[in-house]
Write a protein of this length. Sequence first.
Length: 347
Amino acid sequence: MIRFTPNHLSTGPDKTTRHITLDPEPSSITLTLEPADNQRLASLCGQFDEHLRQMERRLHVDISNRGNRFRIVGDDPAAQHAGEVLQDLYEATETAPMTPERVHLRLQQTGTAEPPEEGPSDERELLVHARRSLIKPRSPHQKNYVANILDMDLSFGIGPAGTGKTYLAVACAVQALEREDVRRLVLVRPAVEAGERLGFLPGDLTQKVDPYLRPLYDALYEMLGFERVAKLIERNIIEIAPLAFMRGRTLNDSFVILDEAQNTTVEQMKMFLTRLGFGSTAVVTGDITQVDLPKHVRSGLRHVIEVLSDVEDIGFTHFDARDVVRHPLVKKILDAYQYHEDVRDDD
């Protein structure tokens, strides 16, 4: 239980304070986190109060505490917001230790920067059930993305690295497989070198393409476990292949993910999209700002946005830096690159 205590108490007939009173300039809130548990409080604050300092930087407030009594100083909305975040994080320490990553994700979820543009409203509680975890989309763009995947046979997730495009798509695919909505997963990537010359890769076909498909393997291992993924691949229920091997096939009763689609050509993208058979779902992900194709070759992902953006029953979700769920510095890096591109375009 969390008690908010103003500097000048205002009590009702039951002599219990239930509201927040803010001091004028600067605003301050004093709150008490209960039950008082030293281990949970230490987890909430972090080593050398690193979690509190993280909240101060992101929310532009000052936070101090003595035991389970916290004082927050800042602008009126920011102070109230910080109090709500502290309350939620303290409640979360009951089930798991607090980490800087969990603090960051909680702050990201509440929109500490300007809120992302809202996509189509969807009042459902969008939860993706993987075998080992329950995955919940956090930002409005992620919710719109998952809703599109669940509702449409073809959907696109377009945006910068770290926004959860591939991870959420794999989670939806695993859920569909576990529920027997599909008979197999087909995970596809174009085998394009990211600005490097890798030279001849030894080994069989699987060993040759593994370096390009590692992010998909990592997501599968996290959700299903190494041994189960290995068994499903051996039984061909999970197929991981380079894009070139899709030509001439028809994929029925499958969940198909094309990752890193910015590195497809126009012809390859058309070829992939026409592989979709009955009872199948396809998800295409990519970042049009990180194209590794030769300069004279047009990205199939850029082209398909122009061609299919107005076609009904196809979902497009455009992520931006505000959706990044990696280290907070990643968002600043993406913003800096975007600013540099905008300035160069103006020149």
